[in-house]
Design a binder for this molecule. Structure first.
Ligand code: XMP
Length: 510
Protein backbone atom coordinates (compact mmCIF):
# COMPACT_ATOMS: atom_id res chain seq x y z
CA UNK A 1 0.00 0.00 0.00
CA UNK A 2 1.23 3.43 -0.92
CA UNK A 3 2.17 5.27 2.28
CA UNK A 4 0.89 8.53 0.83
CA UNK A 5 -2.61 7.13 0.41
CA UNK A 6 -5.11 8.56 2.86
CA UNK A 7 -8.39 6.79 3.37
CA UNK A 8 -11.79 8.20 4.17
CA UNK A 9 -14.27 5.59 5.37
CA UNK A 10 -17.91 5.93 4.35
CA UNK A 11 -20.31 3.95 6.47
CA UNK A 12 -23.29 2.97 4.36
CA UNK A 13 -26.72 3.01 5.99
CA UNK A 14 -28.59 2.10 2.81
CA UNK A 15 -30.02 3.94 -0.14
CA UNK A 16 -28.23 5.39 -3.09
CA UNK A 17 -26.27 8.04 -1.28
CA UNK A 18 -23.08 6.25 -0.19
CA UNK A 19 -21.89 5.78 -3.76
CA UNK A 20 -22.73 9.39 -4.60
CA UNK A 21 -20.69 10.61 -1.64
CA UNK A 22 -17.83 8.25 -2.51
CA UNK A 23 -17.64 9.52 -6.06
CA UNK A 24 -17.49 13.11 -4.91
CA UNK A 25 -14.78 12.37 -2.37
CA UNK A 26 -12.79 10.60 -5.10
CA UNK A 27 -13.38 13.52 -7.45
CA UNK A 28 -11.83 15.72 -4.80
CA UNK A 29 -8.81 13.39 -5.22
CA UNK A 30 -9.15 11.75 -1.84
CA UNK A 31 -9.33 7.96 -1.64
CA UNK A 32 -12.36 6.51 0.14
CA UNK A 33 -13.95 3.14 0.77
CA UNK A 34 -17.55 2.24 1.49
CA UNK A 35 -18.14 -0.16 4.37
CA UNK A 36 -21.46 -1.53 5.66
CA UNK A 37 -22.72 0.44 8.67
CA UNK A 38 -22.33 -2.53 11.03
CA UNK A 39 -18.58 -2.85 10.41
CA UNK A 40 -16.76 -3.31 13.71
CA UNK A 41 -14.47 -0.54 14.91
CA UNK A 42 -11.47 -2.89 14.86
CA UNK A 43 -11.89 -3.26 11.10
CA UNK A 44 -12.47 0.44 10.51
CA UNK A 45 -9.40 1.51 12.47
CA UNK A 46 -7.25 -0.99 10.62
CA UNK A 47 -7.78 1.19 7.53
CA UNK A 48 -6.32 4.16 9.45
CA UNK A 49 -9.15 6.48 8.41
CA UNK A 50 -8.30 10.14 8.01
CA UNK A 51 -12.03 10.86 8.28
CA UNK A 52 -15.35 9.05 8.53
CA UNK A 53 -18.59 9.89 6.76
CA UNK A 54 -21.92 8.37 7.78
CA UNK A 55 -24.15 8.17 4.76
CA UNK A 56 -27.68 6.99 4.24
CA UNK A 57 -30.98 8.32 3.18
CA UNK A 58 -33.54 5.64 2.66
CA UNK A 59 -36.81 5.89 4.51
CA UNK A 60 -35.93 4.10 7.70
CA UNK A 61 -37.74 4.82 10.93
CA UNK A 62 -35.83 5.88 13.97
CA UNK A 63 -37.36 3.12 16.08
CA UNK A 64 -35.16 0.60 14.42
CA UNK A 65 -32.26 2.88 13.64
CA UNK A 66 -29.37 0.64 12.73
CA UNK A 67 -26.66 1.87 15.03
CA UNK A 68 -23.04 1.66 13.97
CA UNK A 69 -20.20 0.76 16.32
CA UNK A 70 -20.39 3.64 18.79
CA UNK A 71 -16.63 3.82 19.12
CA UNK A 72 -16.77 5.71 15.81
CA UNK A 73 -17.95 8.79 17.72
CA UNK A 74 -15.50 8.40 20.60
CA UNK A 75 -12.39 8.14 18.47
CA UNK A 76 -10.34 11.10 17.52
CA UNK A 77 -11.34 10.89 13.84
CA UNK A 78 -13.18 13.78 12.17
CA UNK A 79 -16.67 12.57 11.31
CA UNK A 80 -19.41 13.99 9.12
CA UNK A 81 -22.85 12.44 9.53
CA UNK A 82 -25.16 13.03 6.57
CA UNK A 83 -28.95 12.70 6.32
CA UNK A 84 -29.98 9.51 8.03
CA UNK A 85 -26.43 9.28 9.38
CA UNK A 86 -27.15 12.42 11.39
CA UNK A 87 -30.01 10.66 13.18
CA UNK A 88 -27.68 7.79 14.00
CA UNK A 89 -25.02 10.09 15.44
CA UNK A 90 -27.50 12.11 17.49
CA UNK A 91 -29.17 9.00 18.90
CA UNK A 92 -25.87 7.26 19.65
CA UNK A 93 -24.61 10.25 21.61
CA UNK A 94 -27.72 10.65 23.76
CA UNK A 95 -29.80 13.15 21.77
CA UNK A 96 -33.47 12.61 20.94
CA UNK A 97 -34.85 11.90 17.50
CA UNK A 98 -38.54 12.13 16.68
CA UNK A 99 -39.98 9.11 14.97
CA UNK A 100 -41.91 9.53 11.75
CA UNK A 101 -41.38 11.34 8.52
CA UNK A 102 -39.36 14.48 8.18
CA UNK A 103 -41.09 17.82 8.27
CA UNK A 104 -39.43 18.60 4.99
CA UNK A 105 -37.90 16.62 2.18
CA UNK A 106 -36.22 17.93 -0.94
CA UNK A 107 -34.92 21.43 -1.67
CA UNK A 108 -35.21 24.03 1.10
CA UNK A 109 -33.59 27.35 1.90
CA UNK A 110 -30.90 26.87 4.51
CA UNK A 111 -29.67 29.60 6.85
CA UNK A 112 -26.25 29.39 8.46
CA UNK A 113 -26.20 30.25 12.16
CA UNK A 114 -22.54 29.68 12.83
CA UNK A 115 -19.95 29.68 10.08
CA UNK A 116 -17.30 27.41 11.63
CA UNK A 117 -14.98 25.51 9.30
CA UNK A 118 -17.74 23.49 7.61
CA UNK A 119 -19.39 26.54 6.11
CA UNK A 120 -16.36 28.66 5.42
CA UNK A 121 -16.34 30.58 2.15
CA UNK A 122 -20.04 30.20 1.33
CA UNK A 123 -23.12 32.45 1.45
CA UNK A 124 -25.06 32.56 4.69
CA UNK A 125 -28.14 31.18 2.96
CA UNK A 126 -28.47 28.75 0.08
CA UNK A 127 -30.67 25.95 -1.29
CA UNK A 128 -30.03 22.51 0.20
CA UNK A 129 -31.60 19.12 -0.46
CA UNK A 130 -33.13 17.90 2.80
CA UNK A 131 -33.19 14.24 3.81
CA UNK A 132 -36.40 12.29 4.34
CA UNK A 133 -35.45 10.92 7.73
CA UNK A 134 -36.99 11.93 11.05
CA UNK A 135 -36.39 15.12 12.96
CA UNK A 136 -34.13 15.84 15.86
CA UNK A 137 -35.82 16.97 19.06
CA UNK A 138 -32.77 17.63 21.20
CA UNK A 139 -29.04 17.56 20.61
CA UNK A 140 -26.50 15.49 22.48
CA UNK A 141 -24.41 17.31 25.04
CA UNK A 142 -21.74 19.58 23.63
CA UNK A 143 -23.42 20.08 20.24
CA UNK A 144 -24.54 23.38 18.75
CA UNK A 145 -26.80 24.28 15.85
CA UNK A 146 -24.80 25.48 12.85
CA UNK A 147 -27.67 25.92 10.39
CA UNK A 148 -31.48 25.75 10.17
CA UNK A 149 -34.30 25.97 7.68
CA UNK A 150 -37.80 27.30 8.32
CA UNK A 151 -39.04 23.81 9.17
CA UNK A 152 -35.91 22.07 10.42
CA UNK A 153 -34.24 23.73 13.40
CA UNK A 154 -31.27 21.33 13.46
CA UNK A 155 -30.24 21.33 9.79
CA UNK A 156 -26.53 21.28 10.64
CA UNK A 157 -24.82 20.64 13.95
CA UNK A 158 -21.32 20.37 15.35
CA UNK A 159 -19.60 19.68 18.67
CA UNK A 160 -16.91 22.30 18.13
CA UNK A 161 -14.32 19.54 17.91
CA UNK A 162 -14.45 16.88 15.24
CA UNK A 163 -18.07 15.76 14.92
CA UNK A 164 -20.37 17.36 12.37
CA UNK A 165 -23.80 16.45 11.11
CA UNK A 166 -26.01 17.76 8.31
CA UNK A 167 -29.67 16.94 7.76
CA UNK A 168 -29.28 17.79 4.07
CA UNK A 169 -27.32 15.99 1.36
CA UNK A 170 -24.19 17.86 0.23
CA UNK A 171 -23.70 15.15 -2.42
CA UNK A 172 -27.01 16.02 -4.11
CA UNK A 173 -26.59 18.39 -7.02
CA UNK A 174 -29.53 20.46 -5.74
CA UNK A 175 -27.46 21.47 -2.71
CA UNK A 176 -25.89 24.64 -4.00
CA UNK A 177 -22.65 24.57 -2.01
CA UNK A 178 -22.55 20.78 -1.61
CA UNK A 179 -19.11 20.35 -3.13
CA UNK A 180 -17.65 23.18 -1.13
CA UNK A 181 -19.08 21.78 2.12
CA UNK A 182 -17.59 18.33 1.45
CA UNK A 183 -14.27 19.94 0.53
CA UNK A 184 -14.31 22.01 3.71
CA UNK A 185 -14.82 18.84 5.68
CA UNK A 186 -12.14 16.86 3.86
CA UNK A 187 -9.44 19.50 3.65
CA UNK A 188 -10.03 22.05 6.42
CA UNK A 189 -11.46 19.79 9.09
CA UNK A 190 -9.96 16.36 8.39
CA UNK A 191 -6.70 17.68 6.91
CA UNK A 192 -6.81 15.38 3.87
CA UNK A 193 -4.66 16.16 0.87
CA UNK A 194 -5.28 15.52 -2.81
CA UNK A 195 -3.24 12.36 -3.21
CA UNK A 196 -5.75 10.23 -5.14
CA UNK A 197 -4.71 11.07 -8.71
CA UNK A 198 -4.62 8.95 -11.85
CA UNK A 199 -0.83 9.17 -12.03
CA UNK A 200 -0.41 8.15 -8.39
CA UNK A 201 -2.85 5.27 -8.82
CA UNK A 202 -1.09 3.94 -11.90
CA UNK A 203 2.30 4.14 -10.22
CA UNK A 204 1.00 2.45 -7.08
CA UNK A 205 -0.64 -0.39 -9.01
CA UNK A 206 2.35 -0.92 -11.29
CA UNK A 207 4.57 -1.32 -8.21
CA UNK A 208 2.10 -3.66 -6.52
CA UNK A 209 1.66 -5.83 -9.61
CA UNK A 210 5.42 -6.03 -10.19
CA UNK A 211 5.92 -7.12 -6.61
CA UNK A 212 3.12 -9.68 -6.77
CA UNK A 213 3.97 -11.25 -10.13
CA UNK A 214 7.76 -11.03 -10.08
CA UNK A 215 9.04 -13.10 -13.00
CA UNK A 216 5.94 -15.24 -13.26
CA UNK A 217 3.37 -15.00 -16.02
CA UNK A 218 -0.20 -13.77 -16.27
CA UNK A 219 -3.05 -14.06 -18.75
CA UNK A 220 -6.06 -11.90 -19.40
CA UNK A 221 -9.31 -12.51 -21.29
CA UNK A 222 -9.47 -9.31 -23.28
CA UNK A 223 -12.92 -8.44 -24.62
CA UNK A 224 -12.23 -4.99 -25.98
CA UNK A 225 -14.56 -3.50 -23.36
CA UNK A 226 -13.21 -0.69 -21.22
CA UNK A 227 -12.69 -2.66 -17.98
CA UNK A 228 -10.69 -5.58 -19.36
CA UNK A 229 -8.76 -3.23 -21.66
CA UNK A 230 -7.67 -0.91 -18.87
CA UNK A 231 -6.83 -3.81 -16.55
CA UNK A 232 -4.72 -5.45 -19.26
CA UNK A 233 -2.89 -2.22 -20.07
CA UNK A 234 -2.09 -1.56 -16.45
CA UNK A 235 -0.71 -5.06 -15.95
CA UNK A 236 1.21 -4.80 -19.21
CA UNK A 237 2.82 -1.59 -17.98
CA UNK A 238 4.00 -3.51 -14.92
CA UNK A 239 5.13 -6.84 -16.36
CA UNK A 240 5.39 -6.31 -20.13
CA UNK A 241 5.68 -9.52 -22.12
CA UNK A 242 4.97 -11.68 -19.10
CA UNK A 243 1.34 -10.83 -19.76
CA UNK A 244 -0.48 -12.68 -22.54
CA UNK A 245 -3.94 -11.53 -23.56
CA UNK A 246 -6.44 -13.86 -25.14
CA UNK A 247 -9.11 -12.27 -27.29
CA UNK A 248 -11.89 -14.69 -28.19
CA UNK A 249 -13.82 -13.46 -31.20
CA UNK A 250 -17.10 -15.34 -30.86
CA UNK A 251 -18.39 -13.85 -34.09
CA UNK A 252 -21.06 -11.93 -32.19
CA UNK A 253 -19.22 -8.61 -31.99
CA UNK A 254 -20.09 -5.29 -33.56
CA UNK A 255 -18.81 -4.14 -36.94
CA UNK A 256 -15.02 -3.64 -37.05
CA UNK A 257 -14.65 -4.59 -33.40
CA UNK A 258 -12.25 -7.55 -33.75
CA UNK A 259 -9.99 -5.56 -36.08
CA UNK A 260 -9.96 -2.62 -33.69
CA UNK A 261 -9.03 -4.80 -30.69
CA UNK A 262 -6.13 -6.35 -32.61
CA UNK A 263 -5.00 -2.98 -33.97
CA UNK A 264 -5.05 -1.39 -30.51
CA UNK A 265 -3.41 -4.04 -28.39
CA UNK A 266 -1.14 -5.84 -30.81
CA UNK A 267 -0.05 -2.99 -33.08
CA UNK A 268 -0.36 0.13 -30.96
CA UNK A 269 0.57 -1.20 -27.53
CA UNK A 270 2.78 -4.07 -28.71
CA UNK A 271 1.21 -6.53 -26.34
CA UNK A 272 1.31 -10.30 -26.49
CA UNK A 273 -2.13 -10.91 -27.93
CA UNK A 274 -3.61 -14.18 -29.05
CA UNK A 275 -6.65 -13.42 -31.18
CA UNK A 276 -8.79 -16.48 -31.75
CA UNK A 277 -11.43 -16.39 -34.45
CA UNK A 278 -13.92 -18.86 -33.06
CA UNK A 279 -16.92 -17.49 -35.02
CA UNK A 280 -17.71 -20.71 -36.86
CA UNK A 281 -17.45 -22.75 -33.69
CA UNK A 282 -19.96 -20.54 -31.86
CA UNK A 283 -22.32 -20.42 -34.84
CA UNK A 284 -22.35 -24.20 -35.03
CA UNK A 285 -23.17 -24.48 -31.36
CA UNK A 286 -25.98 -21.95 -31.76
CA UNK A 287 -27.57 -23.69 -34.74
CA UNK A 288 -31.28 -24.27 -34.16
CA UNK A 289 -31.22 -22.69 -30.66
CA UNK A 290 -34.09 -20.29 -30.00
CA UNK A 291 -34.38 -20.07 -26.23
CA UNK A 292 -32.54 -16.94 -24.97
CA UNK A 293 -31.26 -18.55 -21.78
CA UNK A 294 -29.96 -21.55 -23.70
CA UNK A 295 -28.12 -19.22 -26.07
CA UNK A 296 -26.46 -17.40 -23.18
CA UNK A 297 -25.48 -20.67 -21.54
CA UNK A 298 -23.98 -22.10 -24.71
CA UNK A 299 -22.01 -18.94 -25.40
CA UNK A 300 -20.76 -18.76 -21.81
CA UNK A 301 -19.61 -22.37 -21.79
CA UNK A 302 -18.03 -22.23 -25.21
CA UNK A 303 -16.19 -19.06 -24.28
CA UNK A 304 -14.60 -20.77 -21.29
CA UNK A 305 -13.69 -23.81 -23.39
CA UNK A 306 -11.93 -21.72 -26.04
CA UNK A 307 -10.15 -19.66 -23.41
CA UNK A 308 -8.94 -22.72 -21.54
CA UNK A 309 -7.74 -24.40 -24.72
CA UNK A 310 -5.67 -21.37 -25.63
CA UNK A 311 -4.36 -20.88 -22.11
CA UNK A 312 -3.26 -24.51 -21.90
CA UNK A 313 -0.97 -23.97 -24.89
CA UNK A 314 0.98 -21.30 -23.04
CA UNK A 315 2.81 -23.40 -20.47
CA UNK A 316 2.89 -22.39 -16.84
CA UNK A 317 0.74 -19.40 -15.96
CA UNK A 318 0.19 -18.27 -12.39
CA UNK A 319 -2.04 -15.22 -12.61
CA UNK A 320 -5.31 -14.23 -14.22
CA UNK A 321 -6.06 -10.53 -14.80
CA UNK A 322 -9.68 -9.46 -14.41
CA UNK A 323 -11.35 -6.10 -14.89
CA UNK A 324 -13.52 -6.22 -11.76
CA UNK A 325 -14.56 -2.69 -10.78
CA UNK A 326 -15.68 -1.21 -7.46
CA UNK A 327 -19.46 -1.35 -8.04
CA UNK A 328 -19.08 -5.14 -8.68
CA UNK A 329 -17.24 -5.45 -5.38
CA UNK A 330 -19.85 -3.46 -3.46
CA UNK A 331 -22.78 -5.28 -5.06
CA UNK A 332 -21.44 -8.73 -4.40
CA UNK A 333 -20.25 -7.87 -0.89
CA UNK A 334 -22.21 -7.20 2.25
CA UNK A 335 -23.42 -3.84 1.12
CA UNK A 336 -26.49 -2.21 2.63
CA UNK A 337 -27.34 -0.69 -0.71
CA UNK A 338 -29.97 -3.30 -1.49
CA UNK A 339 -28.92 -3.55 -5.13
CA UNK A 340 -29.38 -6.81 -6.90
CA UNK A 341 -27.38 -7.42 -10.00
CA UNK A 342 -29.86 -8.28 -12.67
CA UNK A 343 -27.66 -9.84 -15.29
CA UNK A 344 -25.45 -12.83 -15.22
CA UNK A 345 -21.97 -12.25 -16.38
CA UNK A 346 -21.92 -14.35 -19.52
CA UNK A 347 -18.48 -14.16 -21.01
CA UNK A 348 -16.98 -14.30 -17.52
CA UNK A 349 -14.69 -17.03 -16.30
CA UNK A 350 -15.46 -19.62 -13.64
CA UNK A 351 -14.14 -19.06 -10.14
CA UNK A 352 -12.31 -22.36 -9.86
CA UNK A 353 -9.63 -21.69 -12.47
CA UNK A 354 -6.22 -22.55 -11.13
CA UNK A 355 -4.89 -19.00 -11.21
CA UNK A 356 -4.32 -16.34 -8.63
CA UNK A 357 -6.34 -13.23 -9.47
CA UNK A 358 -5.01 -9.78 -10.28
CA UNK A 359 -7.80 -7.22 -10.17
CA UNK A 360 -6.15 -3.81 -10.40
CA UNK A 361 -9.43 -1.91 -10.85
CA UNK A 362 -11.21 -3.32 -7.81
CA UNK A 363 -11.16 0.04 -6.08
CA UNK A 364 -12.33 2.15 -9.00
CA UNK A 365 -15.61 3.57 -10.15
CA UNK A 366 -16.29 3.45 -13.88
CA UNK A 367 -15.44 7.11 -14.43
CA UNK A 368 -12.11 6.54 -12.71
CA UNK A 369 -11.42 3.49 -14.88
CA UNK A 370 -12.02 5.69 -17.91
CA UNK A 371 -9.59 8.33 -16.65
CA UNK A 372 -6.92 5.68 -16.10
CA UNK A 373 -7.57 4.31 -19.61
CA UNK A 374 -7.10 7.74 -21.18
CA UNK A 375 -3.94 8.33 -19.15
CA UNK A 376 -2.57 4.99 -20.37
CA UNK A 377 -3.19 6.00 -23.98
CA UNK A 378 -6.46 4.28 -24.86
CA UNK A 379 -8.55 6.13 -27.43
CA UNK A 380 -11.63 8.10 -26.36
CA UNK A 381 -13.63 5.89 -28.70
CA UNK A 382 -12.76 2.77 -26.73
CA UNK A 383 -12.89 4.40 -23.32
CA UNK A 384 -16.37 5.85 -23.78
CA UNK A 385 -17.83 2.92 -25.69
CA UNK A 386 -21.35 1.92 -24.63
CA UNK A 387 -21.67 -1.26 -22.55
CA UNK A 388 -21.98 -4.40 -24.63
CA UNK A 389 -23.31 -7.71 -23.31
CA UNK A 390 -20.98 -10.72 -23.08
CA UNK A 391 -23.17 -12.81 -25.43
CA UNK A 392 -22.99 -9.93 -27.89
CA UNK A 393 -25.30 -9.72 -30.88
CA UNK A 394 -26.72 -13.16 -30.09
CA UNK A 395 -29.13 -11.51 -27.63
CA UNK A 396 -30.08 -8.93 -30.25
CA UNK A 397 -30.83 -11.42 -33.02
CA UNK A 398 -34.06 -12.87 -31.69
CA UNK A 399 -34.54 -16.56 -32.21
CA UNK A 400 -31.96 -18.57 -34.11
CA UNK A 401 -28.64 -16.84 -34.78
CA UNK A 402 -27.37 -17.15 -38.34
CA UNK A 403 -24.50 -15.58 -40.22
CA UNK A 404 -26.88 -13.73 -42.54
CA UNK A 405 -28.90 -12.25 -39.68
CA UNK A 406 -25.72 -11.19 -37.89
CA UNK A 407 -24.50 -9.42 -41.00
CA UNK A 408 -27.75 -7.47 -41.37
CA UNK A 409 -27.75 -6.53 -37.70
CA UNK A 410 -24.09 -5.49 -37.72
CA UNK A 411 -24.65 -3.08 -40.62
CA UNK A 412 -27.83 -1.61 -39.13
CA UNK A 413 -26.19 -1.25 -35.72
CA UNK A 414 -23.23 0.53 -37.25
CA UNK A 415 -25.55 3.10 -38.82
CA UNK A 416 -27.34 3.71 -35.50
CA UNK A 417 -24.03 4.37 -33.72
CA UNK A 418 -22.62 6.40 -36.57
CA UNK A 419 -25.59 8.77 -36.72
CA UNK A 420 -25.83 9.11 -32.96
CA UNK A 421 -22.15 10.05 -32.83
CA UNK A 422 -22.60 12.54 -35.66
CA UNK A 423 -25.51 14.09 -33.73
CA UNK A 424 -23.11 14.59 -30.79
CA UNK A 425 -25.24 12.71 -28.26
CA UNK A 426 -23.38 9.38 -28.00
CA UNK A 427 -22.03 10.07 -24.52
CA UNK A 428 -25.41 11.28 -23.25
CA UNK A 429 -26.87 7.83 -23.85
CA UNK A 430 -26.28 4.72 -21.76
CA UNK A 431 -26.69 2.53 -24.83
CA UNK A 432 -27.99 2.78 -28.39
CA UNK A 433 -28.18 -0.17 -30.71
CA UNK A 434 -30.15 -2.11 -33.28
CA UNK A 435 -32.10 -5.34 -32.81
CA UNK A 436 -33.22 -7.87 -35.40
CA UNK A 437 -36.54 -9.22 -34.14
CA UNK A 438 -36.74 -11.79 -36.93
CA UNK A 439 -40.00 -10.37 -38.25
CA UNK A 440 -40.45 -10.04 -42.01
CA UNK A 441 -43.03 -7.67 -43.39
CA UNK A 442 -44.30 -6.40 -46.73
CA UNK A 443 -42.83 -3.30 -48.37
CA UNK A 444 -42.37 -1.71 -51.79
CA UNK A 445 -39.31 -0.72 -53.73
CA UNK A 446 -40.03 1.03 -57.05
CA UNK A 447 -42.83 -1.04 -58.49
CA UNK A 448 -41.82 -4.16 -56.69
CA UNK A 449 -43.33 -5.68 -53.60
CA UNK A 450 -40.73 -6.74 -51.01
CA UNK A 451 -40.87 -9.07 -48.04
CA UNK A 452 -37.96 -8.28 -45.76
CA UNK A 453 -36.65 -7.85 -42.21
CA UNK A 454 -37.68 -5.24 -39.66
CA UNK A 455 -34.94 -3.58 -37.61
CA UNK A 456 -35.73 -2.17 -34.17
CA UNK A 457 -33.76 0.63 -32.59
CA UNK A 458 -33.22 0.99 -28.84
CA UNK A 459 -31.66 4.05 -27.17
CA UNK A 460 -31.54 4.19 -23.38
CA UNK A 461 -30.88 6.82 -20.75
CA UNK A 462 -29.63 5.31 -17.51
CA UNK A 463 -27.16 5.76 -14.66
CA UNK A 464 -26.26 2.12 -14.13
CA UNK A 465 -28.34 -0.09 -16.42
CA UNK A 466 -30.51 -1.26 -13.50
CA UNK A 467 -33.38 0.98 -14.58
CA UNK A 468 -33.62 3.21 -17.61
CA UNK A 469 -35.80 5.32 -19.82
CA UNK A 470 -36.05 5.29 -23.58
CA UNK A 471 -34.31 8.30 -25.06
CA UNK A 472 -36.48 10.85 -26.81
CA UNK A 473 -34.25 10.99 -29.87
CA UNK A 474 -35.04 13.87 -32.24
CA UNK A 475 -37.36 12.87 -35.12
CA UNK A 476 -34.83 14.19 -37.63
CA UNK A 477 -32.20 11.82 -36.27
CA UNK A 478 -34.60 8.84 -36.28
CA UNK A 479 -35.52 9.79 -39.82
CA UNK A 480 -31.89 9.74 -41.02
CA UNK A 481 -31.24 6.43 -39.25
CA UNK A 482 -34.34 4.84 -40.76
CA UNK A 483 -33.61 6.10 -44.27
CA UNK A 484 -30.01 4.96 -44.15
CA UNK A 485 -30.85 1.51 -42.82
CA UNK A 486 -33.56 0.82 -45.39
CA UNK A 487 -31.43 2.07 -48.27
CA UNK A 488 -27.98 0.81 -47.22
CA UNK A 489 -28.71 -2.49 -45.52
CA UNK A 490 -29.72 -5.25 -47.88
CA UNK A 491 -32.64 -7.27 -46.56
CA UNK A 492 -34.37 -4.57 -44.46
CA UNK A 493 -37.52 -2.66 -45.49
CA UNK A 494 -38.86 -1.40 -42.13
CA UNK A 495 -37.46 0.33 -39.02
CA UNK A 496 -39.26 0.71 -35.68
CA UNK A 497 -38.29 2.52 -32.47
CA UNK A 498 -38.57 0.84 -29.06
CA UNK A 499 -40.35 3.25 -26.70
CA UNK A 500 -40.35 1.09 -23.56
CA UNK A 501 -38.55 2.01 -20.33
CA UNK A 502 -36.89 -0.51 -18.00
CA UNK A 503 -38.92 -1.76 -16.20
CA UNK A 504 -41.14 -3.24 -17.55
CA UNK A 505 -38.85 -4.12 -20.47
CA UNK A 506 -35.18 -5.00 -20.09
CA UNK A 507 -32.61 -3.09 -22.08
CA UNK A 508 -31.62 -6.07 -24.20
CA UNK A 509 -34.45 -7.86 -26.00
CA UNK A 510 -33.28 -11.27 -24.88
P1 XMP B 1 -30.87 -5.83 -19.24
O1 XMP B 1 -31.12 -6.38 -20.61
O2 XMP B 1 -30.85 -6.90 -18.18
O3 XMP B 1 -29.39 -5.25 -19.29
O4 XMP B 1 -31.77 -4.69 -18.89
C1 XMP B 1 -28.81 -4.42 -18.32
C2 XMP B 1 -27.40 -4.08 -18.77
O5 XMP B 1 -26.60 -5.26 -18.74
C3 XMP B 1 -26.10 -5.57 -20.03
N1 XMP B 1 -26.19 -7.03 -20.17
C4 XMP B 1 -25.14 -7.87 -20.04
N2 XMP B 1 -23.85 -7.64 -19.80
N3 XMP B 1 -23.41 -9.95 -19.90
C5 XMP B 1 -22.97 -8.68 -19.74
O6 XMP B 1 -21.76 -8.49 -19.53
C6 XMP B 1 -24.70 -10.27 -20.13
O7 XMP B 1 -25.06 -11.42 -20.28
C7 XMP B 1 -25.61 -9.17 -20.20
N4 XMP B 1 -26.94 -9.09 -20.42
C8 XMP B 1 -27.27 -7.77 -20.39
C9 XMP B 1 -26.99 -4.81 -21.00
O8 XMP B 1 -26.34 -4.51 -22.22
C10 XMP B 1 -27.34 -3.57 -20.21
O9 XMP B 1 -26.31 -2.60 -20.27
Amino acid sequence: MNEARQTVIILDFGGKYAQMVARQVREAQVYCEILPYQTRWEEIIRKKPKAIILSGGSLQTTENIPICDERVFKADVPTLAIGFGLQVMVKSLGGVVKTGASREFGPAELFIDEVQELFQGIDNKFMAFMDASSNIVSLPEGFKVLAHTDKTPFAAIGNGKNLYGVHFHPEERYTFYGNKILSNFLFNIAGCSRTWTTKAFIQEQVNLIKEKVGNKRAICALSGGVDSSVAALLVHKAIGDNLTCIFVNHGLLRKNEPESVIQTFKNKFNMNLIAVDASERFLNKLKGIIDPEKKRKIIGEEFIRVFEEEASKLGKIDFLVQGTVYPDVIESGTSSSGLVKSHHNVGGLPEDLAFELIEPLRELFKDEVRKIGLELGLSEELVYRHPFPGPGLAVRVLGEVTKEKLEILREADFIVTDEIKKAGIYRDLWQAFAILPGIQSVGVKGDTRTYKHTVAIRAILSEDGMTGDWAKLPYDLLDVISTRITSEVEGVNRVVYDITPKPPATIEWE
